[in-house]
Design a protein around this ligand. Structure first.
Ligand SMILES: [Zn+2]
Length: 318
């Protein structure tokens, strides 16, 4: 019986799991609804069942498990501290110990975006970049998460919370952010922030093609629809969001002088509509050294970055 590594990505709506070889080659994967209202014990049992089923399907034993969670976790013990989007917020839930006892192998927990950063480092752009790599990772979706790698090592900090790149202040008097601050990058350039501007433009009659594309239904307005519409106004809104991202990235570049900045998450799928203005802003705003060698790229792993990071962490522990 062969041995594989397991990666788990715990989300508010679904749990994804995969078994893979040490080199990141995925052998089997599965997904199930989280049903987070049933509470931590039921969700942990569901993860256990998902992994047992994958193990049975592949005929492989699980050598070690890595698991990304949406919030704060005590990394050395694998105890969740604060998962803001899950009921009860999972305060002090000993997830790693419980799963370890049930499945008989080491379990390592980490914040999901730091996990995606690790995935990109080990199996994405980091694989071919010169070592030791310094890199900033932005995950742009419903929120903006981040992660920082300094000379080949993921920087976690004492609470595993280092690298929250989406909560840099970009506009001092800007819109409120979920973290309590104002004018964070997340409040300006996340998917909902961009869509909100699209909806405003549509309601004011300034985005007629978008109106036609979504049938006037505001619930269908997303950054992708805004780009596809071809309205000049929505294109400007995307460029504005990209310029705010560019400022945040220029700050990270000034602080770290990294070789690489990677953009992941659903909004990064806008591709050059984001990347071109971002690269311009970085060139304009970093004046202390040349930035020609600093690459700003879309993630190579897309929505699999998190699960592959979890596999990389499991492979380290196993
Ligand atoms: Zn914030």
């Amino acid at each position: 019986m062969s041995a594989l590594f397991a990666g788990v990505d715990l989300g508010g709506t679904s749990i994804a799991a995969a078994l893979a070889e040490r080199d990141g080659r995925i052998v089997a994967e599965a997904e199930t609804p989280t049903h987070s209202h049933e509470g931590p014990d039921a969700v942990i049992r569901k993860i256990e069942q998902l992994l047992v089923a994958l193990s049975a399907k592949t005929g492989a034993t699980i050598q070690a498990i890595g698991m990304g969670v949406p919030g704060l976790v005590d990394v050395p013990t694998g105890v969740t501290k604060f998962l803001p989007n899950l009921p009860t917020q999972w305060r002090d839930v000993p997830v790693a110990t419980t799963l370890q006892q049930a499945l008989g192998c080491p379990v390592s927990l980490m914040n999901d975006v730091r996990m995606a950063t690790l995935g990109e480092l080990v199996f994405g752009h980091g694989r071919t970049a010169p070592a030791p790599l310094t890199m900033g990772f932005f995950s742009i979706g419903t929120g903006i998460g981040g992660g920082v790698v300094v000379e080949g090592r993921l920087r976690l900090g004492p609470l595993g919370a280092a690298g929250e790149l989406g909560h840099q202040t970009i506009l001092p008097q800007g819109p409120r952010c979920g973290c309590g601050n104002r004018g964070c990058l997340e409040a300006l350039s996340s998917g909902p922030a961009i869509a909100a501007e699209g909806i405003r433009l549509m309601r004011m009659g300034l985005a007629p093609k978008l109106f036609e594309l979504v049938g006037g239904n505001v619930a269908n307005v997303t950054p992708r629809e805004m780009l596809a519409s071809g309205d000049e106004s929505t294109r400007e809104a995307i460029t504005q969001a990209a310029e705010y991202l560019g400022i945040a990235i220029a700050n990270v570049v000034t602080i770290l002088h990294p070789e690489l900045i990677v953009l992941g998450g659903g909004v990064a799928e806008l591709g050059n509509a984001l990347l071109v203005p971002i690269r311009d802003v970085v060139r304009q705003r970093v004046g202390m050294f040349p930035t020609d060698e600093v690459r700003v790229e879309k993630s190579q792993l897309g929505d699999r970055a998190g699960i592959l990071g979890a596999i990389a962490l499991a492979a380290k522990a196993g």
